[in-house]
Ligand binder design. Structure first.
Ligand SMILES: [Zn+2]
Ligand SMILES: [Zn+2]
Length: 228
């Protein structure tokens, strides 16, 4: 399974060093598409088939509207968008305001789908608004992408047992549970024996996170590609 990190910044990140959330798997399925991540996918000149959205915070999905404009102009087939309920309200607001964009939208409490060889299903995350995490399998490898969640989150912890890689958010050094997030200290503590890549990192504290991690786990950066 090929995983490309398009955007590894948190909501609080500023500038272009770490744009907002987005990963791409096997060049065909996107998970979240925050502001800036849409430009990264355009730079790659790849046209994924589908996008799975974890939740409707702006840093996880606002890039998609600009991206849909570019797909429309270039007559690329409609993107399939899988999302918790509420996405189409936002899409329709853009359309009603006069934008020529469209997508095949599948809304569900726990989105799921099969795109080419990838089977994807959602589990509930523990965030400040309704949010899901995704389990992605290609038949050999299973990956969990958390999106935004605070830990400990029972549904996530139940599901990490049989995954090969956890792509987990880490939004602070210590104590961001009140905002629905997980700290790097918690990650190092809870997932000691697991293979973890952290993402969703505020650019202002990335050096501190990298030094705390001390090479024990991988800290993602924009453009990182992994084969797992
Ligand atoms: Zn976020
Ligand atoms: Zn969020």
């Amino acid at each position: 399974m090929k995983i490309t990190f398009l955007g590894t910044g948190a909501g609080a990140s500023i500038g272009t060093k770490r744009v907002k959330s987005g990963i791409l798997i096997n060049d065909s399925v996107l998970f979240d598409l925050g502001p800036g991540a849409d430009l990264r996918i355009e730079d790659l000149r790849i046209h994924p088939n589908a996008l799975f959205i974890t939740h409707l915070h702006i840093d996880h999905f606002s890039g998609v509207f600009e991206y849909l404009v570019q797909r429309k102009i270039r007559q690329i087939p409609e993107l399939e968008i899988y999302s918790p309920n509420g996405f189409s309200n936002v899409l329709n607001a853009y359309v009603n305001a006069g934008n020529n964009i469209s997508a095949k939208v599948y809304e569900k409490e726990l989105p799921e789908g099969k795109i080419n060889e990838l089977e994807i299903h959602a589990v509930r995350a523990c965030h400040s608004i309704y949010a899901v995490s995704y389990i992605i399998s290609d038949g050999n490898t299973r990956v969990l992408y958390t999106g935004d969640t605070k830990e400990p989150c029972d549904t996530i912890l139940d599901n990490v047992k049989d995954v090969d890689l956890i792509i987990h958010e880490s939004t602070c050094i210590d104590n961001c549970g009140n905002w629905g997030h997980t700290s790097i200290k918690q990650i190092l503590n809870i997932f000691k024996d697991k293979k973890v890549v952290v993402t969703h990192i505020p650019v202002d504290i990335e050096e501190k996170i990298i030094s705390l991690v001390n090479n024990k786990i991988l800290v993602a950066f924009d453009g990182l590609t992994l084969n797992v």
